[in-house]
Every structure is written in structure tokens, then in C-alpha cells.
Design a protein around this ligand. Structure first.
Ligand code: ATP
Ligand code: MG
Length: 441
């Protein structure tokens, strides 16, 4: 590492410089703040160790000015006895750590090693970033319907800001895709987009994934682990399925969101990050709040701007372009040449209600491409049974599909479905049995 030692006491300065050189670092020294700033304009330092009390510019002021010249330098402030407050101030202003005099060299070494690790982490991130940009050129985002065009306008506008955005919509409507798009269109596009699903992990694991942990924080923690908040520094953090966040984690998250400062598990050193937050859910958060399962204060933090992505059946104008887009995509992937979709097959696609939204359409098209042997996708390759049933148009069949729709909407909540349908629960039960309605997953 390239290190600058700044101290007005020559003995202290030489002692430190000598020790660091022996450790294999290259070291420069300065006797006061002005000299340090002058050196910094000629050279870049990985780390500067500054005495707090110096005649002229003190350590903290010197740090502030050096940060303006090179924001990537790390700082350690040396404090004398009884100056805890200044140490805290130094940390707040961006020092990495502080050390009390007389300096404990072991402690210094630990801090320097940690900085080395973090520098390594940052270089790793830089590398990853350039790789990501190479592998994923702008992917196609299909939006032909008026509803989606309107949403794209909003996406464009919010992308430029740093605002926290909550994405709402049924499963498979494209929430994650919109989140990625917001990142891609934002000033943070060169940095990372870090997604994390709040539903997939048990509580304790989720917290160590979010905030990271130190080596030895718990049995089995053999190595320091960087949390997603840290990895997303200067980029975007996407909290997916936020409705599934356990209450205790909600409390912790809320605390972190006050000032984006947190500690890794097993450490009490505060880490401050600059992260743009996006979140998504297919659940009704208002309802969860009413049930006491989601904190209202967290909801307001996340919901600065909300974007509701309509289900595919409410923007049927997107069905054909999406189907054609997926057709092309899967043809390329399987080296097949299919010219298009027959009008009958298309009609079937457009009429269907798509409970699984775009993800379902994508799956249907993938299957159709596999099954297709001719030059066009025909009705044969698109067996949407539910729609076929509806087409015969009897009253009973209408009733069956309507009940199915309501059940799906309420997530098979029988009381609520019965209320919406205006029938008794027992009647609903009987009809489910009569029509052999099954829960589809
Ligand atoms: N506008 C679009 N154009 C092209 N493909 C899309 C579009 N929107 C979504 N997709 C595709 O549809 C699939 C589902 O999208 P995505 O994962 O973003 O949905 P989601 O709302 O996050 O779903 P879930 O709630 O199930 O996680 C993905 O494969 C995605 O690539
Ligand atoms: Mg998703």
C-alpha cells in the first residue's frame, strides 16, 4: 500500500514510518496538514494516517481537504487521551477508524489489513462491473400497450432521481425487469445492481445476507462476509418480495434506512453506504399493515414512489409483441426457423387471461417452439385449456372460470372469495367440488 503519515512530532512520525516500511508498504511523511495536501496533489495514497492535534490544519480538516482531492483514500486518525468526541467526529466525517496514542501496533496492523481487504473488494467490484456490461448489453424490454408506455415514462423519470421505488404487481408481471431497467437508466448504471429475495431465506440468514458478518461472529463464520448493502455501495439494492420480510428484520431494516449506516454481525464498527433502494412485492401491503404483519413506518420509507405494473390481461396490447419476441428468442436458442404464429393461435393467446402473466406466456412460447414442427406456431402447440373451456360458452363454464379467477385473486382465501362472489362459504365449497376446481401453482 502507498501510505502517508502526517504528524507534527518527528519522533512519532519516524517510528510509524519505519514500522510501516518494515511491513512492506511504501511510505511518505508530512509534518503538517498543508504539506500533506501538497503531497496528495502529486501522489495518490491508499491510506493516510493523520494526527488529530497539529498546529495549523488539524487531522480532521486535513482529511476533509484530502478527500476532495482523492475520495478513494482511507483515513486513520490518531487521537490523544480524552478526545473521544473528536474521534467520533472524525468517524462521522469519513475516517475509516481511529487509534488512541500511544499507538498499539498490533491494532494498527489489523486495521490496515482490513483496509487491504476492502480495497481488494472494491477492485473486485470494478472488475465485475466491466464484465457485466460486456455480457449484458441492453436487453429487450417489450412495451407496446398504452399502459406500459405510460409506465415507461414514469420509469424514465424516476430513474434519474435517487428516490426509493416500490414496485407492485402480480407474479410474473415484470417487477424485477422494471427494477433492472430503473438501475440501467439511472446515474448509477456503472455500478452494481444487487437483488435479494426476502422470501427465500430464513430470518437469521437473511440478516447476514443483508448486513454481512465478521469472521468468528458465530460458529461457522470462517471468513468475513460482505452483506448486500455493502456490495451495492454506490449502486442499487433491490429487495424483492418485501412483503415476506419477517417483522424483526423489518425493524432492523428501518433503522438502517434512517442513515444507511449499519454494522456487520460481530462488529460494532459502523459502515455507511450510499445505496439506492428499490423493492417489490406481489402482496397487498396495506392489508398486511392492517393485520399487523407489516410495519407502517417501513411501508412509508419504501413507498416514496410506487409503480403498479398491470397484469397482462389488462394490457392485452402487449401479448402479441411479447409472444413474437419470445418466439424469436427461443428460435435463436434452439436454432429453429419458425416464421410466425397463425392467426388462430394468436387469437387464442390474446384471449387467454394469463394468471401467471409474462412468465407464463414465456413458458407457453418456449414449449410451443419445442413442439412446433412446421413453419408456423399453430393452435396445436398452444393448449390453453382454460380458454378452450370458456369458448364453448355455457353458463356453467362461465361460472366455473369466474370462480377460478376470484380464487386466484384472493390466493384461495375461501371467506374472501365467497364475499366477493356474494355467496356463502359452504356454497363456494360445494361449487369447487362440483366443478372440480383445483388450485394451480
Ligand atoms: N416487458 C417485458 N419484455 C420482455 N420480457 C419481459 C418483460 N417483462 C417481464 N419479462 C420477462 O418475464 C419474466 C418475468 O418477469 P420478472 O421476473 O421481472 O417478473 P416479477 O414480477 O418479478 O415476477 P415474480 O413476482 O414472480 O418474481 C422474466 O423472464 C422476464 O424476463
Ligand atoms: Mg420477481
Amino acid at each position: 500500500m502507498n501510505i502517508l503519515v502526517v504528524d507534527d512530532e518527528p519522533a512519532q512520525r519516524d517510528l510509524l514510518a519505519g514500522y510501516l516500511k518494515k511491513q512492506g508498504h511504501s511510505v511518505k511523511t508530512a509534518g503538517n496538514g498543508d504539506e500533506a495536501i501538497r503531497l496528495n496533489s502529486e501522489d495518490t495514497f491508499d491510506l493516510a494516517i493523520l494526527d488529530l492535534k497539529m498546529p495549523g490544519l488539524d487531522g480532521v480538516e486535513t482529511m476533509a481537504r484530502m478527500k476532495k482531492i482523492d475520495p478513494t483514500t482511507y483515513f486513520i486518525i490518531l487521537t490523544g487521551y480524552g478526545t473521544v468526541e473528536s474521534a467520533v467526529r472524525a468517524m462521522k466525517l469519513g475516517a475509516y477508524d481511529y487509534l488512541n496514542k500511544p499507538i498499539n501496533l498490533d491494532e494498527l496492523e489489523i486495521i490496515i489489513n482490513r483496509i487491504g481487504e476492502e480495497k481488494g473488494l472494491h477492485q473486485e467490484l470494478d472488475l465485475l462491473r466491466s464484465e457485466l456490461n460486456e455480457f449484458f448489453p441492453v436487453e429487450s424490454f417489450v412495451a407496446e400497450s398504452d399502459e406500459m408506455k405510460e409506465i415507461l415514462k414514469i420509469v424514465n423519470r424516476v430513474a434519474k432521481s435517487n428516490a426509493t421505488v416500490l414496485l407492485l404487481g402480480e407474479s410474473g408481471t415484470g417487477k424485477e425487469m422494471i427494477a433492472r431497467l430503473i438501475h440501467r437508466l439511472s446515474p448509477r448504471r456503472e455500478r452494481r445492481f444487487i437483488p435479494i429475495s426476502c422470501a427465500a431465506l430464513p430470518e437469521t440468514l437473511l440478516e447476514s445476507e443483508l448486513f454481512g458478518y465478521e469472521r468468528g461472529a458465530f460458529t461457522g463464520a470462517e471468513k468475513r462476509h460482505y452483506g448486500k448493502f455493502e456490495l451495492a455501495h454506490q449502486g442499487t439494492l433491490f429487495l424483492d418480495e418485501i412483503g415476506d420480510l419477517p417483522l424483526s428484520t423489518q425493524v432492523k431494516l428501518l433503522r438502517v434506512l434512517q442513515d444507511f449506516t449499519f454494522e456487520r454481525l460481530g462488529s460494532n464498527r459502523p459502515i455507511k453506504v450510499d445505496v439506492r433502494l428499490l423493492s417489490a412485492t406481489n402482496q397487498n401491503l396495506q392489508k398486511k399493515i392492517a393485520q399487523g404483519k407489516f410495519r407502517e413506518d417501513l411501508y412509508y420509507r419504501l413507498n416514496v414512489i410506487s409503480i403498479e405494473i398491470p397484469p397482462l390481461r389488462e394490457r392485452r396490447g402487449d401479448i402479441q409483441p411479447l409472444a413474437e419476441y419470445f418466439l424469436k428468442k427461443f428460435c435463436q436458442r434452439s436454432h429453429k426457423e419458425i416464421k410466425g404464429i397463425t392467426p388462430e393461435a394468436l387469437k387464442r393467446l390474446v384471449r387467454y387471461d394469463w394468471p401467471g402473466n409474462i412468465r407464463e406466456l414465456e413458458n407457453v412460447m418456449e414449449r410451443a417452439v419445442v413442439l412446433c414442427t412446421g413453419g408456423y406456431i399453430t393452435e396445436k402447440e398452444i393448449p390453453l385449456e382454460w380458454h378452450t373451456e370458456q369458448e364453448s360458452g355455457s353458463l356453467a363454464q362461465m361460472e366455473k372460470s369466474h370462480i377460478e379467477r376470484v380464487l386466484r385473486k384472493t390466493g384461495w382465501n375461501l371467506s374472501e372469495s365467497a364475499r366477493i362472489l356474494g355467496i356463502h362459504r359452504n356454497t363456494l365449497r360445494a361449487k369447487i367440488k362440483e366443478y372440480k376446481i383445483k388450485k394451480k401453482v
